[in-house]
Design a protein around this ligand. Structure first.
Ligand code: ADP
Ligand code: ADP
Length: 228
């Protein structure tokens, strides 16, 4: 589904952030990229939806080079969740979640159904929350909305860059549980960046361990924990 062929990224300052990576991420897989700060995790992730341009190699999604996709088609079909909560403050929760479905010109009725269903999936009462502004939600609730917003237009792939690291341990653990349940229900391909091994072991189907722009180990949580 997502295929990296000898992919490298060199920044303008000659920093080689990602160095000759070959990698296959399977359809429906919960794939966690882990490693110390600065090892290239975010760079690897952002190359998938072309937020960062690669310098060498090829990335393919369903066999097609990402450079051959229309950029809107690519971005609208790949959900993206960041560490910093990035909801639009002047828009209601419903409007925030509706952004990509609106861009894709879904019928209003379908959008409203979708918003409701997603809010309920992460335990937020739609009647209570859909017309609120982000500032009227707790950090954990806002991050839930960030996660479901990325899923709103039913993308096949969701990229997540340390989505829970700004949260307290209890909210974090609860959101991890919710995300696992959500993933089991919807079967999307999730590429998740983390620097916490505990989090990776809990969430991943497979873990990829990076160091200095390269992959040093890749395997299931069981394989990784038996052979650290
Ligand atoms: P991680 O997500 O693992 O913390 P990054 O992918 O953000 O790592 O960064 C990998 C390396 O590339 C780091 O050394 C970082 O300083 C460098 N880097 C990241 N973004 C840029 C940029 N825009 N310009 C120059 N160097 C960058
Ligand atoms: P994150 O890893 O969560 O994306 P960072 O704090 O590493 O956050 O980076 C914030 C922004 O600064 C990113 O857009 C990244 O590309 C850029 N950046 C990171 N490292 C460097 C660097 N060494 N030189 C220039 N830009 C950088």
């Amino acid at each position: 589904m997502i295929l990296f062929e000898n992919v490298s990224k060199k920044y303008d300052n000659d920093q080689i952030a990602v160095n000759g990576i070959d990698l296959e991420i399977k359809k429906g897989e919960f794939f966690v990229i882990i490693g110390p700060s600065g090892c290239g995790k975010t760079t690897l992730l952002k190359m998938i939806n072309r937020l960062i341009q690669l310098t060498e190699g090829t990335i393919r999604i369903d066999g097609k080079r990402i450079s051959d996709y229309n950029i809107h088609e690519l971005r609208w079909n790949i959900g993206y969740v960041l560490q910093q909560i990035a909801l639009f403050p002047h828009m209601t929760i419903e409007e925030n979640i509706s952004i990509v479905p609106e861009l894709k010109k879904w019928p209003q009725e379908d959008i409203q159904h979708r918003v409701r269903a997603l809010l309920e999936m992460v335990g937020l009462d739609a009647d209570k929350y859909s017309q609120r502004k982000p500032s009227e939600l707790s950090g954990g609730e806002q991050q839930r909305v960030g996660v479901i917003r990325a899923l709103a237009a039913d993308p096949e792939i969701v990229l997540m860059d340390e989505p829970f690291s700004a949260l307290d341990p209890i909210s974090r653990s609860k959101l991890q549980d919710d995300l696992l349940e959500l993933q089991r229900a919807i079967q999307k391909t999730i590429v998740f960046v983390s620097h916490h091994m505990q989090e990776a072991l809990k969430l991943a189907d497979r873990i990829c361990l990076m160091k200095d722009g390269e992959i040093v180990q890749i395997g299931t949580p069981q394989e990784i924990s038996q052979n650290p």
